[in-house]
Design a protein. Sequence first.
Length: 129
Amino acid sequence: MADRTPGTRAGPPGGAAAATIRGDTPGASLTAWLRRFYTYFTSKRLVAAELLKHSDADDPVFGAGYARVLNAGRPLLLAAQASGETRSDLTLEQILDMLAAIAKIPGDTSYREPILQAALDSLRPIKDA
């Protein structure tokens, strides 16, 4: 669940929110940020789903908000990829699309949580056997 400091507005995990994410490793920081994005997305599901239809960076409906999310998450993803903790064949946009798709699955949190965890687990690179 996202941390809230009294007097702050809850919003998508943009720059300031991303700066508050802490993890023991770059991969853990990315996962914490992605969970925060997912929590925000599910709390605003109807509005967020409509906005994702306009996720083109040039679309004025979505505009700067989506760009802020991407700008905040991209360094976390790049750090996790550079550390070898996260697959390098996925973009942040693809990962956020995956989380948004999971958020749209009918059911309550207890139904979607294991699906979310499986998706987050799938971000780890496959080790050669």
